[in-house]
Write a protein that binds this ligand. Structure first.
Ligand SMILES: [Zn+2]
Length: 770
């Protein structure tokens, strides 16, 4: 073996030994990676990319994360050329500069040059040590580890995020924001040069306290870059003249409730791009504060509002209270996200579902008379009744009884499903626990979710999830048919309403709007939700501590803020056009009953129905009877052979209504009395039991004597049905006319109640008592 070969072999073995030792050491002493990834701040941005709020990490450092791709190439070029021009090629340490530095150190007799590569600087920042030779060797080892385990881009990203910039600022993203007020993606050469020089001496080059030194350092970097041919002289000369930053920007604190909500939902990620329209947010904040100042004179502490863009369901503005920083008045509470009782605001959706179930139309008649659902007897706000009203009127006047009756008709379970499908996340009890009081707001709801539910009325009946971050894909589900949604919206847009203050009607620049107000039981919450153009706006007014305020009202206290917000947000806004196609059809109905025209209906009207859905029964209220022309008595059966018979048309009314009218001394249309000498053949309508009801069990309270827990006996019967006889399990327990108040005692178990009228027509119902 030749000498040369021997030397090569030995060198090869040495090299192999070094590499092997390095790998063994790398295995035994892995790089403490966690020290490279410090918890960074979360920056929340508006829809224009401007910072709304920066949530600093728990250690209070102004540390913001940026991805490699988001950093300006100018800064990357400046840093590499100035700090470590062979960064992309060396294994973590640069042998050439080590030798150069060693000579310099020997000449000086102390460490004057570190020959630090970028990986070595990272290692030092991760594990700061005094500047000794052994520390230097450890750094070199760590640097090689970094180079071994990370790509160049990844290492540079770590470096960009770890660089110190003084004043507790860490990383180029935070430095860009706090010194220049923008992203690291748009740094100029002058800015990049300052960010290159500053980490070398964060105090010495502090541009605020030592502007001359900072300018010198910055410009020296630029001139060096020019010398190295990295940037053209022209660009360098232009940038040399640019001023330094003269202040550190404060941590922004805009839209505080919204930002905190967004942080809670997204978690601590470096950046959240939201959908908030900041100018709109600011205007809404000011408007809300003005209204709250007025409301406080009225013993109402606070308010909240949310503005949702309907097509995307993006939150464009959210004001959680009049002033986040206010001590007292629940300032820091996000009242737009607090669960509160929704009052009457769910009523439109009850009717909308009834339209889709084919049970009602906006022009159908509903009853507004006292009801009793196994002990639940809701009352209207003003404790009066109107007898019979159209659905449209019932909703416009926000009558309670028609809403409860309609909920009973469509089913609490079905309605709860609709609410849950519509994004109401706060219904955590079973539907039956809510029961019929759900119609009047017997549950808890957040303003944000309620407003989004209303948005579906203007969006073809579609539910889309509410979103606060841009770029979220928005999948829709059909909540209501487009027709039911539109008809409901139209009902809510009629202007002549008790909850519409006349001064608003006179306001010229008021956009076309549909809205509903609501007031919760117990005088705690006032609501107003409105729609116009592409926006749904919700307002809540009340006391954050839940203190009631007698007389609080959605119309009086929440409505004015809603209308101001609508005017501001959607000037000239329009309501959606009716759905295309033939989903809504006009049908001729009896004006008297709003049912299909029968042979004896003399007055008719047209009514919009849902094609293929609305089920209309024929009118049975307009009837033809035969009377003796002389006596006026009613004839039937054999008597119809008599001479001088006259046909007359009688418009009867349903017995429920007749009962109520009779009780209130109101006139009831009656059939002519039957002729004495004429055997009336049982005909017409048999009585129908309405109480007790067979569908819900009755609950007896143990602490109350049975005689105070009697059940009402009520039947729909014809006014000429005479005396009704009531039988409980075959035993006569009561008798009286259909409009008399009758009761019976009950005991636990299953019972049959039967009723028969004077003509022998009967009905019976099985019911349970627990
Ligand atoms: Zn009729």
């Amino acid at each position: 073996m030749g000498r040369k070969k021997k030397i090569v072999l030995i060198l090869g073995q040495v090299l192999l030994f070094i590499v092997a030792s390095f790998l063994v050491l790398d295995f035994i002493f892995p790089f403490p990676e966690h020290k490279l990834h410090r918890v960074s701040a979360t920056i929340v941005k508006d829809n224009e990319g401007n910072a709304l709020r920066i949530f600093l990490p728990p250690d209070g450092a102004r540390r913001m994360h940026t991805d490699f791709a988001q950093v300006s190439p100018t800064l990357k070029k400046s840093l590499i050329a100035s700090e470590d021009s062979w960064f992309e090629y060396h294994p973590g340490v640069n042998p050439v500069s080590i030798i150069r530095a060693a000579i310099a150190n020997i000449i000086a007799g102390r460490i004057v040059s570190g020959a630090s590569t970028i990986p070595m600087q990272i290692a030092r920042m991760a594990e700061p040590k005094p500047r000794t030779l052994s520390a230097k060797l450890q750094e070199a080892f760590r640097a090689m580890q970094l180079k071994l385990h990370h790509s160049n881009d990844k290492l540079l990203e770590i470096y960009l995020n770890i660089l110190p910039y003084g004043s507790n600022i860490e990383g180029v993203a935070a430095a860009s924001y706090f010194y220049f007020g923008h992203d690291p993606s748009t740094l100029s050469l002058a800015e990049s040069a300052l960010l290159t020089t500053l980490p070398r001496g964060p105090v010495f080059y502090d541009p605020i306290r030592h502007p001359q030194q900072a300018a010198k350092g910055r410009n020296r970097v630029m001139l060096q870059l020019e010398q190295k041919g990295e940037f053209p002289s022209e660009e360098v000369n232009r940038n040399l003249k640019l001023p330094l930053p003269d202040k550190i920007r404060p941590v922004p604190l805009k839209a505080p409730h919204f930002c905190r909500m967004v942080l809670e939902r997204s978690g601590r990620i470096p950046e959240i791009k939201t959908t908030l329209d900041y100018p709109l947010q600011q205007a809404a904040q000011d408007m809300l504060a003005t209204h709250v100042a007025r409301l406080r004179g009225d013993d109402i502490d606070n308010a909240a509002c949310v503005i949702i863009h309907i097509p995307t369901r993006q939150i464009r503005a959210l004001v959680g209270s009049a002033d986040f920083f206010e001590k007292g008045y629940g300032g820091a509470i996000n009242l737009a996200e607090t669960k509160r009782s929704p009052g009457s605001t769910l009523k439109p959706f009850i009717y909308a579902l009834a339209f889709d179930q084919g049970k009602l139309t906006p022009d159908s008649f509903v009853y507004d008379i006292p009801v009793d659902y196994s002990g639940y007897s809701p009352e209207n706000y003003n404790r009066t009744w109107s007898g019979q009203v159209t659905v449209k009127e019932a909703l416009a006047r926000s009558l309670n009884i028609p809403a409860v009756n309609t909920l009973a008709m469509i089913g609490v379970v079905e309605f709860s499903k609709l609410l849950q499908k519509g994004g109401i996340s706060t219904l955590n009890k079973t539907p039956l626990k809510y029961g019929l009081p759900l119609a009047l707001g017997g549950c808890e709801i957040k303003l944000t979710e309620l407003t989004n539910l209303y948005a579906s009325l203007a969006d073809g009946g579609k539910y889309r999830p509410l979103t606060f971050s841009s770029g979220t894909e928005n999948i829709s589900t059909q909540l209501l048919s487009p027709e039911a949604a539109w008809l409901t919206l139209e009902m809510l847009s009629s202007v002549a309403r008790p909850d519409m203050n006349e001064t608003w009607m006179l306001t010229r620049d008021m956009p076309e709007a549909a809205w509903k107000t609501g007031t919760s039981f117990g005088h705690r919450d006032a609501w107003a939700v409105g729609i116009s153009g592409d926006y749904a706006i919700g307002v809540w007014v009340g006391n954050p501590d839940g203190r009631p305020r007698k007389g609080i009202s959605g119309a009086v206290h929440a409505g004015p803020l809603l209308f101001d917000l609508l005017r501001m947000t959607v000037p000239g806004g329009k309501l959606p056009a009716p759905p295309e196609g033939s989903g809504i059809s006009e049908v001729k109905v009896c004006a008297h009953s709003r049912r299909l025209v029968g042979p004896f209906c003399s007055e008719t009207t047209t009514m919009r129905t849902l094609s293929g859905k609305t089920r209309l029964r024929p009118c049975k209220q307009c009837r033809q009877v035969f009377v003796d022309a002389k006596s006026g008595y009613r004839l039937s059966g054999e008597c119809l052979d008599r001479p001088n018979i006259k046909k007359i048309i009688v418009r009867t009314i349903p017995t429920k209504l007749a009962r109520w009218r009779a009780e209130n001394n109101l006139e009831i249309p009656k059939l002519p009395p039957p002729a004495d000498d004429c055997d009336l053949i049982p005909a017409g309508i048999a009585p129908k039991i309405i109480s007790p009801a067979g569908n819900t069990p009755y609950l007896l309270r143990k602490d109350t004597p049975l005689k105070f827990q009697q059940v009402a006996l009520k039947a729909e019967a014809e006014a000429d049905g005479g005396i009704l006889h009531w039988f409980l399990d075959g035993r006569l327990v009561a008798k009286g006319r259909f409009d008399e108040k009758l009761f019976t005692e009950i005991s636990t178990g299953t019972h049959r109640i039967s009723v028969s009228d004077a003509l022998g027509r009967t009905d019976s119902v099985i019911f349970k008592v627990k």
